[in-house]
Design a protein around this ligand. Sequence first.
Ligand code: ADP
Length: 905
Amino acid sequence: MKILLVEDNPDQRGLLERYIRVLQHDVTTCVNAEMALETCQKAFYSLIILDLELKNTDAVTLCRQIRSMSRQESIILVIHGSDSSSTRLEAAIEGGADDYLSQPVNEKLLQIHLTMIARRLNHFTQLKQAEKALRESETRYRELADSITDVFFALDRDFTITYWNKASENLTGIFVRDAVGKKSLYDAFPEVKGSKAEETYLDVLNIRQPKSFLQTYQLKGKPAFFEFSVYPSRDGFSVFAKDITYHKQMEEALKKSWDYLENLNNSLGDAIFTVKMPDQIIDYVNSIVETIFGYTTEECIGKSTHVFFQNKKGYLHFAMKLREAIKEQKEILRTEHVLKRKDGELFTAEITTTFLQENGELGRVISIVRDITERKQMELALEQERTSLAQKVEERTTELSAMNAELARASRLKDEFLANMSHELRTPLNAILGYAKILKKTKNLSQLHIEGLDTIRSSGEHLLNLINDILDLSKIEAGRLELHPREFQLPEFLRQIAGIIRIQAEQKGIRFFYEGDPDLPVRVLADEKRLREILFNLLDNAVKFTEKGSVTFKVLDCRLQTCPERSRRVADVEDPKSQIFQPVSGQAQILKSQIQFQVKDTGIGIAPEKLKEIFLPFQQVAQQRYSIEGTGLGLAISQHLVNMMGGELTVNSTVAEGSIFSFELTLPEIHGVFSQTQSQALEIIGYKGEQRKILIVDDIQENRAFLTNMLLPLGFEIVEAENGQVCLETAVIAKPDVILLDLLMPVLDGFETAKQIRRIPEIYNTAIIAISASVFEETRIQSLQAGCNDFLSKPLEEEKLLECLQTRLNLEWVYHQDSQEKAGARIHSSTALGHDVSLPQEDAEILRKFAIHGNITRILERLEKIEALGDQFSPLVTELRKFARGFEINNIIDYLEKLEVDYER
Ligand code: ADP
């Protein structure tokens, strides 16, 4: 023990010090109060022995001072003098002294006291340690209780809070310092009062068994669910409250999912069975089972599925399919079976089965059963419908193809009729018009006769124009009219047209202006013949419907008008039209120009309501007196042609003021050097080798004559036959090298003739070239099937016929060696007509001869040949053709005579 001895009497101090040391305690001595206080401050002494009789010191005060400064554990022992009063001892005890010794202190007594004090100190230390351990353990438990997220509190039997953890603070907002011992359960949880929860607490108090209840709170504005567990304790209750909001939500979500699934199961309209394996008993069915099978869900659960099958065989079949699917590890199995309802009714069902693995084994088999009775019936009905529809389609197709064939036949008949009619009408018209002209030259005709002959002539001409236009229109409508673009010189072409119209206008006493854009492209690519036809029609009309004033023909390059520098662009080199040109120099380029053609007159004009009508066939909206001169087809044809060329014909007109007809075309413009394949053709004048014999078979004499005229000059021997029968007889005798065979003939037609030729040994391998007015593909095929080698359509193109003859007869042609030179000597110039037109003399003579004979067909044929010689003849041919079609024989002769006059000059 560490002992401090406070004693001023040296003898007494020495004696006590000795005793203490003898008793093996550690001792420090002090002689007065100051020293004692100082020493006490520096170190801890288990025992302080203090003499109450210290001189100059109030020992009681010192005792008090020491007690106040020393720790609780120090024991203060006062030595009490025999002469000192007991009051003083009492004051010392009061001031903090723990024990006393009376003077004189003997060693034994001191030893007893020191032993007792040591024991007391030891006990005190143990107590202190136990207390500390308890405090620590309590702190640990508190920390533990605070660290758990669950609410935990304790109550005594009066419901006063005796323990309160952090989570309780969080839930109620009441701090531990305000709760423990100060608040009751009702203060912290006012909702308990009078509720089921209060009953639970009271139950626990009575029956001493744990109980729980659920309570909802609003935490941070959201509902929170707590599960309170109340346990009985020695002093009252221990209460745990667990936040089960998340569980609740999960539970809710799960319930919703389940409800959803259940609804889905029931709304699908299909019955669902789950069969637990390996027991093979149903452990779930949805409510649709009742609708489909008539069994309640309870009746199904725990049963085997075989009761739903029609018979055992059906069930075994299904079971076998299931086994196979499981073995093959299929995910899904779809089968169809006949099933049985509770009332015995059978129905067809589709069963879709899937397999559910549980713990690595087949846990459940889920089957969805769909009643497909209706579907089956519909499928059957559909199949019947489909079959009947297919039958109907077939019938309709047959009908349609019959109708199509009929239509095609009708259209062919129409074409043939038109072709025949035009031919048949032209021949008598030849005579009518020719004789009308000839008779008019008779002297001394009366006025009545002259007028009559004029009427015959103008009516005949009208009829002829009508025939030609109808033929053109029917071709356009049948889509058989094709454009043949070729290169020609645009300004020259326009000047020639203008030249011809100028004559007509001047004859009528009206002025004519031609305004050609000086920047027009020189060479363009277009169907010259058809463009001429359009322009002539518009210009003819303008002159025809204008009595005074003027007609203006304007041609503009639109791009130049709007943007000169970007006016022309390089055309697509893939342009199919450009392919007929073979560039012979690298600089050749095709550009495109936008050309506007405009014909303006100051004539009678057209009423606004009639503007649309004039483009319809046979529409003539002017007064009667003009109608006789036209057919009403010109504008309809012109509009079609402009459309085919990519433009649109428009009209602007005011009655009594005049009209403007205009259209725009995009014309490929040719730059650089091109050689036009067509113009390269050399003139064939004969062939090398032995003479060949050609049999021409045609019932129309003119046609035979045309071919004869064409082929005779080339050195062929010509034989003619007017029908198939004559052809066969002639061929056997004449043995021709080739037969040119018309297909439509009386007595024996071309098809039958060809067939028979192929059967007659003497002539069976003679080459046959069919020539037909039909443009139909089937006619061509039919003729080839009948035995013809080639098929050519009318109007016959000379080049094509010669090409065929060359192939069939293996001919080597002889060409005109110096055509330019020879032609130059024979050419007539006709500058007197207002334009540069030239014609070979020979052609001029032939034309005049045909004109004198009134043979329009031959004139037209010859003109076609002349046209093929080159572009320079086009205006002349157009003019002459117009006269020919109008059966204006005198005009033809006059025209040709003018050419003669020019030549002589
Ligand atoms: P037609 O042979 O009668 O001229 P078109 O088809 O060329 O037939 O013209 C149809 C009708 O349009 C004419 O009959 C006439 O009434 C009217 N028409 C055409 N061009 C003109 C014009 N320049 N001025 C007035 N009317 C015109």
